[in-house]
Design a protein around this ligand. Structure first.
Ligand SMILES: Nc1nc2c(c(=O)[nH]1)N[C@H]1C(S)=C(S)[C@@H](COP(=O)(O)OP(=O)(O)OC[C@H]3O[C@@H](n4cnc5c(=O)[nH]c(N)nc54)[C@H](O)[C@@H]3O)O[C@H]1N2
Ligand SMILES: Nc1nc2c(c(=O)[nH]1)N[C@H]1C(S)=C(S)[C@@H](COP(=O)(O)OP(=O)(O)OC[C@H]3O[C@@H](n4cnc5c(=O)[nH]c(N)nc54)[C@H](O)[C@@H]3O)O[C@H]1N2
Ligand SMILES: [Mo]
Length: 774
């Protein structure tokens, strides 16, 4: 048997693996010897890689092929497909892009193409798509991410940048040495630390969390879900009503002020506009003092608990961790702004182990004590088209062309969309209110995607171009979010007629006469070496050692050496705010932002405020009794590999689990494993009940990821029999400022289903009726 360390490597968002291949197939993924806490998610790919759900040839929806663009768009999802040759499909796509460019202009091509795709820097599907479209005059793009759009728009106004501070969150090493108290909004969910975009060399969240709990650090998990903090860590569990964190933090702020616990010197030296915020806290501006008792009625915690928490935070070196989920809710700009404000009042920002952190364990990289690799991405060229949407406004774009929308202080217009092109993302996974997306999805004349499997997106497209998986292509994992650089080997032949995304766009660009612009006259192998060498040049400039490409290629991996000094967010700013000002108008932390105030948005004024979410447990005239939390799944990454054995093993009687507290179960006369309909006015889905005392009463927890599978695929509001919670979630922007998604703001009800329900068909391929090649 070959020694494990001699086996070829591959990299995924959920880890690096040594791969055992025989008989032309990947047989086993073995954890990388450097990985201290490997994730089991990877195993899900083996049984589906060569299965019936692979897209084996370019496939075109029957009505589109026979009657042209825009035909029977209501049949997307039910029409059968016809397989065509690559040369035929390349011509079809080229002609269609040319028709739309000529008649409507490039802004009529929406190719935001949001999504995680797979690891591997060169074959990053979205970058490949954007590079290709930039060669033919551009496209309408999307701005920001589903992960934390509210923070991406808001934090630059407060701290001058978001990404910069996300990438330099105070490291676990600094926490281990200095922190006394870790207050974790949304917990520190290890399930999420399994992944990191672009690849993971070694998972470090668990080891650090356990080490922290063994030292003298105490943890407080503030979350509707007890399991958001590892059982072994112990600590206290506070479960306020979901989406009330801002009110809780305001109650803490009031207490700090009342008890004289604010660091006035810090506020003076490093922040802007505290007085204006304080007037609001004291109720001088709206007549409502934001006392602990006021907060207590909103959060449903005791006032005493809130006051004690405030005092404990001021007594200790305190790290406040705010999970990214706090941004994916109505007014999701506010919790982060408020948490920064409280951290400033405590005066610990920029001190070792203190201040604020954005989502420890939201992905593996947060809090890493590693050197940020100066990773060079694939150049995408220039997009001359200025039209864009905030990423989660996709249904609005399709349903309301030529109408205006607000975003970050300006007004913009949605362009008209004729073509949607998606590569490396799945809107039928990620978007809210799928019934509404279904309405919008009928509007474009042509929908194209590159996919490797017949998931909910591929089934609802007009032209499906079969792409390779990472196991079928050579690539390089090289991301600023992980210190490991991994050479990914090509491990198996391409399934059916599938190609890499690069080859797919090479073929279309050839048909459009722009092949050499697109390829840059490099092969994929040459591009991989180019990315490495360009990164090495940057590394050398920064004094970072990196082996030559040949040596790296032979070894298979390389790790940047760790920095000697502990990483402490905003340490430079604290040490010298004049020499190292923030990139805000005042150069300081903007507790009050004149810029934001001048936008004049009621839903996002000039300092952090409590605004009632559009749906929450405290709403007047509550129609649906449960707050649905549709968090990230433990057993997969989003919708990827939902059809694989690892994900399917976690279903109960073939349906997605929904967790509720025993108090709610008895109110509803439900028991474990009961099949329920989860519903509200937007839609419904099926799920199997799990009774879980670690869920706050009034909360229902159902993770995302199940492939959308409506009982009646032609109906917009049909029950999803596979349990995709996005049939329930609202499609509304966080505020006029960020317009981010608000999946975690959602009320639902549950009812027992005591009759047999239709079987899940999500994992069956669509009907393919012959091929046009005879
Ligand atoms: N209710 C609810 N909804 C949510 C969230 C939530 O918390 N609750 N979270 C949101 C968040 S934070 C995110 S980031 C989004 C995630 O949403 P997405 O990133 O869109 O979800 P994925 O399932 O990862 O989609 C990636 C797609 O790329 C395909 N793919 C993989 N490799 C390749 C490749 O090499 N080439 C091509 N062409 N395709 C490939 C996969 O098959 C898959 O269909 O979901 C959002 N939606
Ligand atoms: N295994 C796995 N890991 C992943 C992903 C995946 O799909 N699978 N997706 C990755 C991606 S794209 C992202 S963006 C990150 C997201 O990282 P997070 O945003 O941290 O992920 P979530 O699981 O949505 O939320 C974390 C926890 O926040 C709690 N929560 C929800 N609403 C509230 C609230 O109003 N208040 C408080 N205090 N707590 C609340 C929920 O109980 C939830 O379990 O995860 C990444 N990690
Ligand atoms: Mo995300």
């Amino acid at each position: 048997m070959i020694q494990k360390t001699k086996l070829p490597l591959t990299s995924t968002h959920w880890g690096t693996y040594r791969v055992r291949v025989s008989k032309g197939r990947v047989q086993e993924l073995l954890s990388f010897e450097q990985d201290q806490d490997p994730s089991p998610i990877g195993s899900g790919i083996i049984d589906v890689h060569h299965g019936a759900m692979r897209v084996r040839a370019p496939s075109v929806r029957k009505s589109w092929l026979e009657n042209g663009p825009g035909s029977n768009t209501d049949l997307r999802g039910t029409d059968p497909f016809i397989e065509v040759s690559w040369s035929e499909v390349e011509k079809l796509v080229a002609n269609e892009l040319n028709r739309v460019r000529k008649d409507y202009g490039n802004s009529a091509i929406y190719a935001g193409s949001y999504g995680w795709s797979s690891a591997g820097r060169f074959h990053h599907a979205q970058s490949q798509l954007h590079r290709f479209l930039n060669c033919i005059g551009g496209y309408t793009r999307s701005k920001f991410t589903y992960s934390f759009a509210a923070a991406e728009a808001m934090i630059p106004h407060i701290l001058g940048s978001y990404r910069e501070f996300l990438d330099t969150c105070t490291s676990w090493d600094s926490i281990l040495e200095n922190t006394g108290l870790c207050v974790c909004f949304g917990g520190i969910p290890l399930k999420n630390g399994q992944i990191s975009q672009g690849g993971v060399g070694s998972h470090f969240q668990r080891q650090n969390l356990i080490a922290a709990s063994k030292s003298n650090i105490s943890f407080i998990n503030i979350s509707p879900v007890k399991a958001d903090l590892l059982e072994e860590v112990g600590g206290e569990w506070l479960s306020p009503r979901p989406n009330t964190d801002t009110a809780l933090l305001l109650g803490i702020a009031y207490t700090l002020h009342k008890d004289g616990l604010t660091d006035i010197a810090f506020l003076k030296k490093y922040t802007e506009g505290y007085e204006k915020f304080l007037a609001y806290v004291l109720g001088e501006t709206d007549g409502i003092p934001k006392t602990a008792s006021w907060a207590a009625t909103i959060c449903e915690l005791d006032a005493e608990t809130i006051e004690n928490l405030a005092k404990k935070m001021s007594r200790n070196r305190t790290m406040i961790s705010v999970s990214w989920s706090l941004t994916r809710q109505d007014h999701g700009e506010q919790p982060f702004w408020m948490a920064i404000t409280v951290a400033a009042m405590l005066g610990q920002i920029g001190l070792p182990g203190g201040g604020i952190g954005f989502g420890y364990s939201a992905t593996n990289f947060v809090g890493g004590q590693f050197t940020i690799p100066p990773a060079v991405p694939l150049p995408q060229g220039r997009n001359p088209i200025s039209s864009f949407i905030p990423v989660a406004r996709i249904s609005d774009l399709l349903l309301h062309p030529n109408e205006t929308f607000n975003f970050d202080g300006k007004e913009y217009v949605y362009p008209e969309t004729k073509i949607v092109y998606w590569a490396g993302g799945n809107p039928f996974h990620h978007h809210q209110d799928l019934g509404r997306l279904m309405q919008g999805w009928k509007k474009p004349e042509t929908i194209i995607c590159n996919e490797w499997c017949w998931n909910s997106l591929a089934k609802r497209s007009d032209i499906v171009l079969p792409c390779n998986t990472p196991l079928e292509r050579e690539d390089i994992a090289l991301t600023p979010r992980d210190p490991y650089v991994v050479k990914m080997s090509r491990l198996t032949e391409s399934f059916g007629e599938s190609k890499t995304d690069f080859e797919i766009f090479q073929g279309i660009s050839r048909a459009m006469g722009v092949e050499s612009n697109f390829t840059g006259e490099r092969t994929s192998t040459e591009w991989i070496e180019w990315l490495y060498e360009e990164t090495r040049k940057r590394a050398v400039e920064r004094g970072l050692a990196m082996p030559e490409y040949k040596k790296f290629d032979e070894e298979g991996w390389f790790k940047f050496s760790d920095p000697k000094e502990n990483i402490v967010m905003l340490q430079d700013f604290r040490q010298d705010p004049v020499q190292n000002p923030l990139k805000t108008p005042s150069g300081k932390i903007e507790i009050y932002s004149e810029v934001v105030a001048n936008f004049g948005y009621h839903d996002c004024p000039g300092h952090a405020v409590w605004r009632e979410p559009c749906e929450w447990l405290g709403i007047k005239k509550k129609k649906f009794p449960f707050h649905l939390i549709s968090n990230q799944p433990d057993n997969k990454l989003h919708s990827q590999l939902d059809h694989g054995s690892y994900s399917r093993a976690a279903k109960i009687n073939g349906r997605e689990p929904i967790h509720i507290n025993s108090l709610d179960a008895s109110k509803k006369s439900l028991k474990s494993n009961d099949l329920v309909l989860v519903f509200n006015d937007r839609g419904s889905c099926l799920a199997s009940v799990v009774i879980n005392e670690g869920i706050r009463p009034g909360v229902a927890l159902m993770s995302t990821g199940a492939w959308y599978d409506p009982i009646d695929p032609t109906s917009e509001r049909s029950t999803c029999k596979n349990g995709n919670p996005n049939v329930l979630t609202p499609d509304k922007g966080t505020s006029s400022l960020a317009q981010g998604p608000i999946a975690h703001t959602c009320l639902v009800d549950l009812t027992l289903i005591d009759k047999p329900m239709p079987k899940v068909t999500a994992y069956d391929p669509p009907r393919i009726i012959g091929n046009s090649r005879g």
